[in-house]
Write a protein that binds this ligand. Structure first.
Ligand SMILES: Nc1ncnc2c1ncn2[C@@H]1O[C@H](COP(=O)(O)OP(=O)(O)OP(=O)(O)O)[C@@H](O)[C@H]1O
Ligand SMILES: [Mg+2]
Ligand SMILES: [Mg+2]
Length: 643
C-alpha cells in the first residue's frame, strides 16, 4: 500500500525471522552465566519482599529478553533451593495474579483508594500526589519518591512474600460495608513496612493496581520457571536439557493453565514425565485455539488445496468451552472465566445432549441467542441483553443454543493430538441433537471455490458471520490451545467487501461532547496492545455513528474508569483526549482501511517509523469477553496493513 508489495513482504519476513530468533534465545539461557553465580544460602527464613522487588527492578531496567529470563531464572532457582513452598506465591506475584484465571479473584484496587493510602502514609496532600501523578503517570513511582523524602519514624519488620501474598488476597476478597476501611488499613500497614532504600513501595502500589508492568511477558515466566526447575535438579544441565524442559512446561501449561497444579508437580518430580502427571483435565479451562483471517475464498484454497479440509458455519455468539465431570457441567468463556452462573440454563439443558456411557468431556462450542418460535439464530446483540449476574433460569427470556464444533477430552482421555476428523466423529457419536438446544456446527466438505462461496452465502442467510475452514488430517489437524493457527481460517462476509477483519480495541481516552452531547463523551481514543512492550498504542479517534442511547451507556461504563493522568504505558503519540481511562473497555471496531499516520503510534517502527491508524472506524459492539490485553495486538495491526 505504501511500499512496493515486494518490499513490504521482505520487511514482514525479516520481522518474523527476528522474532523467531528472539524466541530461540529465550529458551536457551546461557549456561555459563547461569552456573557461575554462587548458590544462595539455605538458612533463610522466608523470601523477603525486597528480594522480589530487587528482581523486578533488574527486570524493569532492561529490555533484553535473555537478561530478563536470566534474572528470573536465578531468582526462582534461589526460591526452589531455599523455600520451595514459597515458589507458587512468588510466581503469582511475578505475574501479578492471586490464583488461576478461572477462579476469578482479581486485584485492581481503584486509583482513589490507593491515592488515599499514599496520602495517609506519606503525609503529602492529595493535591500534591495528584499533581505528581499527572507528571509521572505512575502512582507507584509517585509513592516511592514521596517515601524517599520522608524520615522513617520507626523500623517495622521486613515484608516477606507470604505476608504480601496473604494481604493481597485478603484485600481482593474483602467485601461488605467496612471493606474499604479494611482495605486501606491493610495497604497502610504494608506501606509503612516497606523499606525506603528499596523499590518495595513502588511495586507494592503497582501490584495493588493489578498492573505491574515491568516488561515481563508470561511466556518468559514459563521459560524461567522451567529453567529454574531443571537447574535446581542438575546444576550441569546442558542447553539441550534446558530447551527440553522449556518445551515440556510450555506444552503442559497450554493444556493445564494452572500453576496451582503444575508447580507442586514440578517440585515433586521435575520436568520428567510431567506430561503424564499434568494434562488437560475437565474442570480446568484451556486457552482456546484461534483462527487466522483470510480475505478471499481463493486464499483458503491457496492454503488448503489438495488437503482434506472442512468448512463449518461460523456462528456469531460467545465461545463456550463446556466441561463435564462427576455429573457437573461448567461453562467457560474465551477468556477462561467461569460462565456457569451467567448461563444456568445451559448448565441445565446440556445433559440432555449426552448419550449414555459418557463419563466426562470437554467440548468447544459457540453459544448463540436463539428464537424457539421461528427456529432462527438471533444476532449477537441479543445475547448481550442477557443479565450477567444472579441469573435465574425462570427469568431468562433470551434462549441460547449450543453449536458444538470440537471435542477436546472424552472419557478420561485428552484428544488434542487426534485428527479433527476423529474428534468430530466422536462428538457426533456420543452426543445427540436436542431441538432448540444443542447441535453440531453445520459443516461441509467443500472442494472448489464455487462450493465454498455457495456455502458461505448459505451461512450468511442462516444468520452466521461466515465460515471457519479447518484442516482435517495429520498433525495440522491437532487442536493447538491458545495458538492463532493457519490450520483454522476464518472467512467472514465482512472481509469480502474489502474491509478486512474487525479489530478489538481498548478505550484509553475520551473527548468531551459538544452541543447536545455535553453530558457525555462525544468521541473516544482507542488503542491496540503491544505485547512485547506491554503498552497500549493509540490507533484512532472514534466519534461518529453512536446513537444517544449508546453515548449514554458508554458514559455510564467509562466514567468510573476515569483516571487522573495517562498511564506511563500509554503511547499516545500526539493524540490529546480530554480525559483518560483505566485500560478496561474493549470495543470491536470495523474500518474501511488502515493507513500510516503522523498522529497515532500503533505498530510504529514495524512497517514505518510512523504509526498505523484506522480510516473511518465504525463501532460494532462491546467485547465483554475480552480483557484489555486480549485486544488486537500491534503485530496483528501491522500484518493487516497489507490488506
Ligand atoms: N465452527 C466454529 N469453529 C470455531 N470457532 C467458531 C465457530 N463458529 C463460531 N466460532 C467463533 O469464532 C471465533 C473466532 O473468530 P472471531 O474473529 O469472532 O474471533 P474473536 O473472538 O474476535 O477473536 P479473534 O478476533 O482474536 O480471533 C471463535 O472464538 C468462536 O467463538
Ligand atoms: Mg465471534
Ligand atoms: Mg474478531
Amino acid at each position: 500500500m505504501f511500499l512496493p508489495k515486494q518490499q513490504q513482504k521482505a520487511l514482514a519476513e525479516d520481522k518474523v525471522s527476528d522474532k523467531k530468533s528472539a524466541v530461540k534465545n529465550d529458551n536457551a539461557i546461557d549456561k555459563k552465566t547461569t552456573n557461575k553465580k554462587s548458590l544462595p544460602s539455605t538458612d533463610q527464613d522466608t523470601i523477603t519482599f525486597a528480594q522480589l522487588t530487587d528482581t523486578f527492578t533488574k527486570i524493569e531496567a532492561t529490555t533484553k529478553r535473555l537478561e530478563i529470563t536470566d534474572y528470573l531464572t536465578q531468582f526462582y532457582k534461589q526460591v526452589i533451593l531455599t523455600k520451595p513452598e514459597e515458589l507458587l506465591m512468588t510466581l503469582y506475584l511475578t505475574i501479578n495474579r492471586l490464583c488461576p484465571d478461572y477462579e476469578g479473584l482479581e486485584l485492581g484496587i481503584g486509583e482513589s483508594i490507593l491515592i488515599k493510602a499514599v496520602v495517609e502514609s506519606t503525609g503529602r496532600t492529595t493535591a500534591k500526589v495528584k499533581e505528581e501523578l499527572k507528571k509521572v503517570g505512575d502512582l507507584g513511582t509517585v509513592a516511592q519518591s514521596a517515601r524517599k523524602n520522608q524520615p522513617t519514624m520507626f523500623k517495622s519488620k521486613d515484608l516477606n512474600v507470604p505476608t504480601v501474598f496473604k494481604n493481597l488476597k485478603e484485600i481482593a476478597t474483602a467485601s461488605g460495608s467496612q471493606s474499604q476501611t479494611k482495605k486501606i488499613g491493610i495497604i497502610m500497614k504494608m506501606l509503612t513496612s516497606c523499606n525506603s532504600n528499596t523499590n518495595e513501595v513502588k511495586f507494592l502500589i503497582r501490584l495493588l493496581e493489578g498492573k505491574l508492568r515491568i516488561g515481563l511477558a508470561e511466556k518468559t515466566v514459563v521459560v524461567s520457571l522451567a529453567n529454574a526447575i531443571v537447574l535446581s535438579n542438575n546444576e550441569d544441565a546442558t542447553k539441550e536439557d534446558l530447551e527440553r524442559g522449556v518445551e515440556i512446561v510450555k506444552q503442559v501449561y497450554s493444556e493445564l493453565p494452572s500453576y496451582d497444579l503444575i508447580i507442586p508437580a514440578l517440585l515433586d518430580g521435575g520436568v520428567d514425565n510431567l506430561q503424564e502427571r499434568c494434562h488437560l483435565t475437565p474442570g480446568i479451562p484451556l486457552k482456546p485455539m484461534l483462527a487466522k483471517p483470510t480475505k478471499a475464498v481463493t486464499e483458503v484454497l491457496d492454503r488448503f488445496e489438495g488437503r482434506s479440509f472442512t468448512c463449518e458455519y461460523k456462528y456469531d455468539g460467545e465461545r463456550a468451552q463446556i466441561h463435564y465431570h462427576d455429573g457437573k457441567v461448567k461453562v467457560f468463556s474465551r477468556n477462561s472465566e467461569d460462565m456457569s452462573m451467567k448461563y444456568p440454563d445451559l448448565v441445565e439443558q446440556l445433559p440432555r445432549a449426552i448419550k449414555p456411557g459418557v463419563k466426562n468431556f470437554v467440548i468447544d462450542s459457540e453459544a448463540v441467542a436463539f428464537d424457539k418460535q421461528t427456529k432462527k439464530i438471533l444476532p449477537f446483540q441479543e445475547l448481550t441483553r442477557r443479565k450477567r449476574k444472579d441469573v435465574k433460569v425462570e427469568d431468562i427470556t433470551v434462549k441460547v443454543h449450543i453449536f458444538a464444533f470440537d471435542l477436546l477430552y472424552f472419557n478420561d482421555k485428552p484428544l488434542l493430538h487426534e485428527d479433527l476428523t476423529r474428534r468430530r466423529e466422536m462428538l457426533s457419536d456420543n452426543f445427540e441433537t436436542v431441538e432448540d438446544e444443542f447441535a453440531m456446527a453445520k459443516s461441509m466438505e467443500a472442494q472448489s471455490t464455487e462450493e465454498i462461496q455457495a456455502f458461505l452465502e448459505e451461512s450468511v442467510k442462516d444468520s452466521c458471520e461466515g465460515l471457519m475452514v479447518k484442516m482435517n488430517q495429520g498433525e495440522s489437524a491437532w487442536y493447538t490451545p491458545s495458538k492463532r493457527s493457519m490450520n483454522w481460517l476464518k472467512l467472514k462476509k465482512d472481509y469480502l467487501s474489502g474491509v478486512g477483519d474487525s479489530l478489538d480495541l481498548v478505550v484509553i481516552g475520551g473527548y468531551y461532547g459538544k452541543g447536545k452531547r455535553t453530558n457525555v463523551y462525544g468521541a473516544y481514543l482507542l488503542a491496540c496492545y503491544d505485547q512485547d512492550s506491554e503498552s497500549y498504542q493509540s490507533i484512532c479517534k472514534i466519534g461518529t455513528g453512536f446513537s444517544e442511547e449508546m453515548l449514554d451507556s458508554h458514559y455510564k461504563l467509562l466514567n468510573p474508569l476515569e483516571i487522573t493522568a495517562p498511564k506511563s504505558y500509554y503511547k499516545l503519540g500526539s493524540a490529546k483526549p480530554d480525559v483518560y481511562f483505566e485500560p478496561q473497555a474493549v470495543w470491536e471496531v470495523l474500518t474501511a482501511d488502515l493507513s500510516l499516520s503522523p498522529v497515532y503510534t500503533a505498530a510504529a517502527g514495524e512497517i514505518s517509523e510512523r504509526g498505523i491508524s484506522l480510516r473511518f472506524p465504525r463501532f460494532i459492539r462491546v467485547r465483554d469477553d475480552k480483557a484489555a490485553d486480549d485486544a488486537t495486538s500491534s503485530e496483528q495491526v501491522s500484518q493487516n496493513i497489507y490488506i
